[in-house]
Write a protein that binds this ligand. Structure first.
Ligand code: PLP
Ligand SMILES: N[C@@H](CCSC[C@H](N)C(=O)O)C(=O)O
Length: 413
């Protein structure tokens, strides 16, 4: 017999607080959720593979950690609440979350995804195409109508969106896309990779998405000390399919990692507010100096208004162009406070060149075809003092001669 996913996150209705409060408020007083014998303020790490049963035939909430574990269930309940999901699951990485969701698609069915998306996701989709005959159509999801030629009433199974996209920070109108797709393709699920926003800034399940994914490695944990993936689901039937795959493939998050992620989530609101405030200042500084900056906190962003209808802020990741790959390299390598590193969402500020780093797995020809600038610099802003960050970036831009070149030649992309 297949075990059902343990300790559901369903709660009877109670007063809902603002998200900053819900992030730290864990209420088991109504008897739902995971019970801890001693009412521990911080849920313990149940570091066990197995759970004893009172009889052969009677299985309690847990039997084996691959199938379910109290620390993990506690985290999943908490995440379901803050993502507005009916169920949430945590797995070993963001890519694992994407892999679990991709297993909802059968050979011969199709996926529609953005033409700008995380390099690892692109790699997974290419693998599915090559090995399982699951085709992905990459379209410009900033234009909902661009999906129309590829929507098929039975073949289309997943619409995979990032908004903002990684790394070009393009915005998709999620409610509009959801309504177009749901009307034409009853079998299709709208999946939003919401990693860049976090549930604090954007909750796609509230406006039409069916599944939301997060790389928990980023903002949810906040300190780059763990890998995790999160899947939030609206529909119970889909949720049970997701749980089946997690149990069948064994990718559920470990108890220790679950505990660490739960700890990180408590400070999400304060980290996000500070990172975002710093990011707004940095984006304005770069734009003032003539750089083309992609950031939905700037009025110059082409989807500024749409973003604001879905989100409570622009987040803390931006990209900018120097017009010259070598200059970009010099800028990145001249910074002292900004670490040259992939990933984002950490309390420390990071700088990278996506074409050489996070998106290097997308073949150069495909990058070119999709209009992906090789000189692109991505900034992931941390919680340091904004003046220190700007001073360090300014020195790097001067050192690389980037400011002069932009002033003389303007922006040519
Ligand atoms: C938008 C996005 N989704 C998913 C992932 C995959 O997450 P992970 O590295 O935790 O596997 C990443 C980065 O790695 C990402 O940037
Ligand atoms: N070598 C890794 C690169 C990880 S990139 C992590 C992150 N999503 C980002 O956008 O920086 C790989 O090949 O997956």
């Amino acid at each position: 017999m297949e075990p059902e996913s343990s300790v559901p996150s369903q709660r009877p209705s109670r007063k809902n607080y603002s998200l900053a409060t819900e992030l730290v408020f864990i209420d088991n007083s109504d008897g739902t959720g995971v019970r801890d014998l001693y009412n521990a303020s911080s849920i313990p790490i149940y570091q066990t593979a197995t759970f004893k049963q009172s009889s052969v035939s009677r299985m309690e909430d847990f039997d084996y950690t691959r199938s379910g574990n109290p620390t993990r269930s506690h985290l999943e309940n908490h995440l379901a609440k803050i993502m507005s999901a009916s169920r949430a699951y945590v797995v070993s990485s963001g890519m694992s979350a994407l892999d679990v969701v991709a297993r909802l698609v059968k050979t011969g069915e199709e996926i529609i995804a953005g033409d700008d998306l995380y390099g690892g996701t692109n790699r997974l989709l290419a693998f599915l195409n090559k090995n399982f005959d699951i085709k992905t159509h990459h379209v410009d999801t900033t234009k909902p109508d661009a999906l129309l030629p590829y929507l098929h009433p039975t073949r289309t199974r997943l619409i995979l969106l990032e908004s903002p996209t990684n790394p070009l920070i393009k915005i998709s109108d999620i409610p509009k896309i959801a309504s177009i797709v749901h009307e034409r393709c009853p079998n299709a699920l709208i999946v939003v990779d919401n990693t860049m926003m976090s549930p604090y800034l954007q909750r796609p399940l509230e406006f039409g998405a069916d599944i939301v994914i997060h790389s928990g490695t980023k903002y949810l944990s906040g300190h780059h000390d763990l890998m995790a993936g999160v899947i939030g689901v609206k529909n119970e039937v889909v949720a049970e399919k997701i749980y089946f795959t997690i149990n069948a493939t064994g990718c559920g998050l470990t108890p220790f990692e679950s505990w660490l992620l739960l700890r990180g989530i408590k400070t999400l609101a304060v980290r996000m507010e500070k990172q975002q405030a710093n990011a707004i200042r940095i984006a304005e500084f770069l734009e003032y100096h003539g750089f083309k900056v992609m950031y939905p906190g700037l009025r110059s962003h082409p989807q500024y208004d749409i973003h604001n209808t879905m989100s409570r802020g622009p987040g803390a990741v931006m990209s900018f162009l120097t017009n010259d790959v070598e200059i970009s390299e010099r800028v990145v390598e001249s910074t002292k406070l900004w670490s040259i590193s992939v990933s984002f969402g950490c309390v420390n500020s990071l700088i990278s060149m996506p074409c050489r780093m996070s998106h290097a797995s997308i073949p150069a020809a495909v990058r070119k075809e999709r209009g992906f600038p090789e000189d692109l610099i991505r900034l992931c802003v941390g919680i340091e003092d904004a003046n220190d960050l700007i001073e360090d970036l300014y020195s790097a831009l001067v050192n690389a001669n980037a400011i002069n070149v932009i002033k003389q030649n303007g922006y040519t992309h």
